[in-house]
Design a protein around this ligand. Structure first.
Ligand code: TXA
Ligand code: MG
Length: 323
């Protein structure tokens, strides 16, 4: 069991001694280690059972601090940092030598972000080193949006969980970089493409999958619940799977009736931000309730809906979602 609390000094002391601490952010909880301490970074990979080829994001308290660890070689990325940090945006930037190769899996670019959570910002200012932090879930499972999610799955492997309440965005950060002189999106996330495009103009989508080694963490079967999850039109899915006990996840009001269903709504008023906020918590609930399978509705492909659909596709059982 990890201790859960709000003691920034205790968290700082552990991190500076090379220990692991889970940290709250506006996107999801992170499993943090001092990014400049290779031994500590190694234990992040071990605790998550994450392959070493999947690099980590470093977290810093400000743009000024970010410049110690990465080069802002492109005005467009600098503009995004100025506008959206602190916030759910990660930038891929040429790394400086102080960042150990283990953090970037040997890549020349480091992923950097300033998280928007007052406890973590205060912690980062206190320790004065960047924190390498992947989402605080076992490799391949749904990301945690509450301290208790972290405790349940990784509690035995970490020393302290800084409890900052439920994450206020609920989806991981959007990852942006430059390639071939274009602003590229590598992961859809908590900052919508529409918001980014207003600043940069058209974006190039280079979303990660197993054939794109740029961000190998985004494998097809990430976010996989333990139960089969089928994604599509709820009425169709209900017909296809009749006879099973099912959990239904819908967007909008819960209109299905039937005794065999446990029904969740991502947002009864069809608000995409609210759906993002509830997504991972509801996926966990559906995975742990008594049903045999989970059926989930697709969301509109706009704003945060795109990132939500991306997570759902990765969570879905592949025979229901071939490609
Ligand atoms: O919102 C977030 O981004 C959360 C919170 C904790 O900050 N973190 C997070 O980390 O989602 P993680 O490790 O679960 O996902 C990071 C993604 C992975 O897909 C990884 O491959 C990619 O970022 N990534 C990290 N460093 C990279 C690099 N140097 N080059 C390319 N991709 C990188
Ligand atoms: Mg993750």
């Amino acid at each position: 069991m990890a201790e859960i609390g709000r003691d920034i000094k205790a968290a700082a002391k552990l991190l500076l001694a090379g220990k692991l601490v889970a940290i709250p952010t506006e996107t999801v909880y992170g499993l943090a280690a001092n990014a400049l301490d290779e031994e500590a970074v190694l234990s992040v990979f071990e605790a998550k059972q994450r392959p070493f080829f999947d690099p980590l994001i470093i977290h810093v308290p400000s743009l000024l601090e970010a410049k110690k660890y990465a080069t802002f070689h492109d005005e467009r990325l600098l503009g995004l940092a100025k506008q959206f940090w602190p916030g759910p945006l990660t930038l891929l930037l040429p790394k400086k030598d102080v960042i150990p190769a283990l953090v970037t899996s040997g890549l020349q670019q480091v992923a950097v972000r300033v998280p928007d959570h007052h406890l973590t910002l205060e912690l980062l200012k206190t320790i004065n080193v960047p924190l390498a932090a992947p989402s605080a879930n076992p490799f391949g499972y749904v990301s945690p949006t509450e301290a208790l999610h972290v405790e349940k799955q990784l509690g035995k492997k970490i020393d302290y969980i800084l409890d900052g309440g439920p994450s206020q965005v609920g989806l991981e950060s959007t990852i942006i970089g430059i390639e071939d002189n274009m602003v590229c999106v590598y992961r859809l996330g908590g900052l919508s493409l529409e918001d980014i495009e207003k600043k940069t103009g058209p974006l190039e989508l280079r979303l990660n999958n197993s054939s794109n080694p740029k961000a190998p963490g985004q494998l097809k079967n990430h976010y996989a619940p333990k139960k089969p999850l089928y994604l599509g039109d709820l009425q169709e899915l209900l017909k296809q799977h009749s006879g099973k006990t099912m959990s239904l996840i819908s967007f909008g009001s819960k209109k299905q009736s039937g005794h065999h269903h446990i029904h969740y709504s991502l947002s009864t008023k069809k608000d995409l931000r609210e759906a993002a906020l509830h997504l991972f918590r509801i996926l966990r609930l559906a995975d742990e309730d008594g049903s045999e399978i989970v059926l989930c509705e697709r969301l509109p492909d706009e704003g945060l809906g795109r990132a939500i659909n991306d997570r759902l596709k990765r969570a879905a059982t592949s025979d229901a979602n071939p490609h």
